[in-house]
Design a binder for this molecule. Sequence first.
Ligand code: ARG
Ligand code: ZN
Ligand code: CA
Length: 239
Amino acid sequence: YAGAVSIPVVVNILEDPAHPVTQAHIDSQIAILNADFNNNNPNTAGVPSEFASLVADVNITFTLAAVNRKASSKSSWGTNDAMKLSSQGGIDATDPANNLNLWVCEIGGGILGYAQFPGGTLATDGVVIGSDFLGENTAGGVYGHGRTATHEVGHWLNLRHIWGDGRCRQDDFVDDTPSSDAPNYGDPIYPTVNCKSNDMTMNYMDYVYDNAMYMFSKGQNDRMRTIFAVGGSRESFVQ
Ligand code: ARG
Ligand code: ZN
Ligand code: CA
């Protein structure tokens, strides 16, 4: 699907007073998503020439549709989707066939965020971001520049981790991302060689610091856009 895609975002916040989420955090996160999915991340100038022709403008726009807040003293929600269900103390999703629901809460366990892939249960569809990692957020440190949401929305749009979550021959189902056998962390020095090729460590679907990730590839763009085509798992977002 090649047309314009606009995704309304509903932000659901389980408010822990020790980790406040401000409107500025929310607005900066929407701006960061729009920059990253429209090839406007200023760090993209640092993409090595080897990968420069592969940088994608995914051309997806995110708009803030609503913000829902609910007080919560829970400091460790985990990853079992309780934050997505009012019956478990969370906030129910708003029309998930037509909105990206983004839950913000204290996940715990050192987890920055997690996502549901396309094609899953509608009631739990969306992404979860730890309270300190939404938007520009000084509490997030090296993960305080909004790239957890970019990475998780990549999963929500059907992207796998760049190393395929396995050894060299385990694929991420994208042809132009070089094979690798494990995540990269921190701020890698180019070139980082694994599986006899240079890793695309600056890809949003690696595990590096927020400021060290600044591209989706054209192959990833094609994989994301496929789900908006007729019969695709997120066709409902396209009118
Ligand atoms: N660990 C998380 C995941 O695999 C998110 C990683 C995000 N990385 C970042 N630099 N913010 O889904
Ligand atoms: Zn991931
Ligand atoms: Ca690949």
